[in-house]
Write a protein that binds this ligand. Sequence first.
Ligand SMILES: Nc1ncnc2c1ncn2[C@@H]1O[C@H](COP(=O)(O)OP(=O)(O)OP(=O)(O)O)[C@@H](O)[C@H]1O
Ligand SMILES: [Mg+2]
Length: 437
Amino acid sequence: MSKTATPSEVILDLQKVSKSFPRPDSGGSYKVLEDLTLQIRRGEFVALLGRSGSGKSTLLRIAAGLIQPSAGIAQSSGLPVRGANPDVAMVFQSFALLPWLTVQDNVEIGLENMDVSDEERVKRALDAIRLVGLDGFEKAYPKELSGGMQQRVGFARAFVMRPRVLMLDEPFSALDVLTAENLRGEISDLWESDEFPADSVLMVTHNIEEAVLLADRVVILGANPGHVRGEIRVQLERPRDRKAKPFRAMCDHIYTLMTNPETKVTQFRGEGAQPTYEFAALPEARAGAISGFLELVQEYGGPEDVAVISQQLRLHSDELLTILDAAVLLGFANVSQGDVTVTEIGSKFAMGEIEESKQIFRDQVLKYAPLVALIHRELQEARNNEMKSDYFLELLDQYHSEEEAEKQFYTAVDWGRYAGLFEYEADSKTLNLYEND
Ligand SMILES: Nc1ncnc2c1ncn2[C@@H]1O[C@H](COP(=O)(O)OP(=O)(O)OP(=O)(O)O)[C@@H](O)[C@H]1O
Ligand SMILES: [Mg+2]
């Protein structure tokens, strides 16, 4: 498992999930979750933040298959969740150990009804116990252990299942501050190592700092009824330094969002926490024009005078120069003293079959057009591989006039479309990752 790679495959997929509980007194019902959509992908650590009563535990229980949604669909590994979901294992705030069983028996119990030999079961339990640092305590009973050690058993009991998604429901909040800090640090180290016994983590917490310390994404729930307000990507380098400015600023940003339930959830734009955009502007040339230009130069069969091409294409020379700039940026052409030469890759692009041309354009754009590469990367990481244009326009606004920011954006969209990297729907102002990507 790689945790630095872009998360890819969707494991847990909750689509428009709602949940109501009957009211004990009136006979009516009480809506806890409404239209909640959330995906957990392989390799990511997701934190779920929300106020008490926003339905966080309910959501975990639906994903685990312990209860059914009233509406919507819960899927895991592509299949509808029916009964206990074999892809997940859970760690509870309250530890939930069986007091009459030893540490080892508590850990083994989850494997008992599974197709695992006695020998294998013991081996896996001892491995899990070692992983949480409890070797030597195999035969102890829960009441002999401190709270921190009991929760280590809680983790071992989940680890032994080697789940695809480890679900943590406020796992540190019943522990005293120092014990919590210690265990949190160890789980964090384990996540960064190759030994972590799950593909992904979904952790419920009230603790903003804990979320920013551990998660790749922080999903913020709103209440009454519970729904996803939005999410914040945490792109801080690991291991994370709580005292570092970007870390503090990220916590402040989320704190502000949490204390203002009406505020729109936006990505944090502070130092070190947002994708940086510090590159030259894209020449505003349509991809089709670049291709046409190169073809024409090819047909002339040699270094060409810009003025001649300008006449042939009936372009103003500054339009042509923009196209030329783009061709040079993308590695398709060179210019020397007014003469244009097409590079080998430029020639293949201009003369190749459609598919080959597209592939070449895609490679060059990702290499040399940072704005296109940025949009592509962000879409790969976005929920549903979908984003609004505003996100990028706001980013560009910081570097360009509003008009220029729009031009930059539309050039990037044109190139991204031509390259088959993403689509843009102008009506809804939505960018989508291209299907075959
Ligand atoms: N089985 C149930 N029957 C009736 N109501 C329920 C049931 N389970 C949860 N609720 C109600 O649903 C709401 C959300 O509960 P849930 O435990 O999911 O919230 P939470 O976000 O985990 O809260 P906390 O942060 O306090 O753990 C609460 O008002 C709770 O009383
Ligand atoms: Mg809860």
